[in-house]
Design a protein around this ligand. Structure first.
Ligand SMILES: [Zn+2]
Ligand SMILES: [Zn+2]
Length: 169
């Protein structure tokens, strides 16, 4: 558990075995960025679902892009249509990827839901190395696409209730 919280080890990828043990004393940066994605989801103007995304460097020291689902800048803050599948909103992941770009390798991505197939394909092509998702989307096909494309995908929900209050929660 030390490697998750130690400041000297942030360049190392999170050892997922660390998630199966006891919770660390301090909130891990991964949890911090996942909560940031949850806050961003609240800004979504989509009537169907609210999703937030954060993309960081592999050492978790820089946020490269943020996103939530909604209409394009300057357009009405609403879906184009109430018809299923035609709401027209840009997906949260796409909005974050546009900002983060593809050039930085080994990016980490934090998403409040597992991605759809099309977003998963964009994630694969954007040099994201690992995706953490809070809640599995009902269709797991996007997760399968990530794995086929060589992107690690992890359900990250084990510590969502911890460190919520007080300095030492
Ligand atoms: Zn929408
Ligand atoms: Zn999507």
């Amino acid at each position: 558990m030390g490697s998750v919280t130690s400041t000297t080890d942030h360049g190392k990828p999170l050892n997922m075995a660390d998630m199966s043990g006891e919770a660390p004393a301090r909130i891990p940066l991964e949890e911090v960025f996942m909560r940031m994605a949850e806050e961003l989801a609240k800004r979504s103007t989509c009537s169907r679902n609210q999703v937030g995304s954060v993309i960081t460097t592999s050492d978790l020291t820089q946020v490269l892009g943020i996103g939530y689902n909604g209409n394009a800048r300057g357009l009405p803050d609403a879906c184009d249509s109430t018809e299923a599948g035609r709401c027209g909103c840009i997906h949260s992941e796409a909005n974050a990827l546009i900002k983060a770009g593809a050039q930085t390798p080994d990016k980490l991505m934090f998403i409040t839901f597992s991605p759809c197939v099309m977003c998963a394909k964009m994630i694969v092509n954007s040099n994201v190395r690992r995706v953490y998702y809070r809640t599995p989307y009902r269709d797991p096909a996007g997760i399968e696409v990530l794995r086929q494309g060589g992107v690690e995908a992890y359900l990250y929900d084990r510590w969502r209730e911890l460190w919520r209050s007080g300095i030492r929660g």
